[in-house]
Write a protein that binds this ligand. Structure first.
Ligand code: 5GP
Ligand code: ZN
Length: 123
């Protein structure tokens, strides 16, 4: 997609702070972080929204989700367990879809937002 900013990021035409890359996915830090940790996972191939995904995208969506815990841990907001088995840390995952879903960039992306209660104060 010629005019898609995330396609340009995937193609390295626009620079970004990359946290992960493989043949089909790219993860990079959000330019306007909503919390101490805030990165986006995108497919390199253009898909506009979650609602444009069908059977051919199921594996890609699964790979995106499977990456989240690994990258969250690497970025410092992974879930950990204390000696008593209590859960600490964590993050929020979010896919904004369509205008009513607050989507601003029309290339599918999964937000990973970490830090203490990172969703508080978000619009
Ligand atoms: P949306 O509202 O579409 O779910 O979120 C789009 C996100 O992309 C926003 O959080 C915004 O800060 C981020 N963003 C927009 N343009 C750029 C850019 O050029 N580089 C990076 N790293 N993030 C961007
Ligand atoms: Zn795109």
């Amino acid at each position: 997609m010629d005019n898609c900013i995330f396609c340009k990021i995937a193609a390295k035409i626009i620079p970004s702070s990359v946290v992960y890359e493989d043949d089909s996915l790219l993860a990079f830090k959000d330019i306007h972080p909503a919390a101490p940790v805030h990165f986006l996972i995108i497919p390199k191939a253009h898909v506009s929204t979650l609602s444009d995904c069908d059977d051919e995208h199921v594996a890609m969506l699964g790979e995106m989700m499977r990456l989240v815990p690994k990258l969250a841990a690497e970025q410092g907001c992974g879930v950990t367990r204390d000696a008593q088995g209590g859960v600490t840390g964590g993050y929020k995952t979010q896919i904004n879809t369509g205008p009513d879903g607050g989507q601003e960039v029309y290339h599918l992306h999964l937000h990973v937002i970490g830090g203490p209660h990172p969703w508080r104060g978000q619009k």
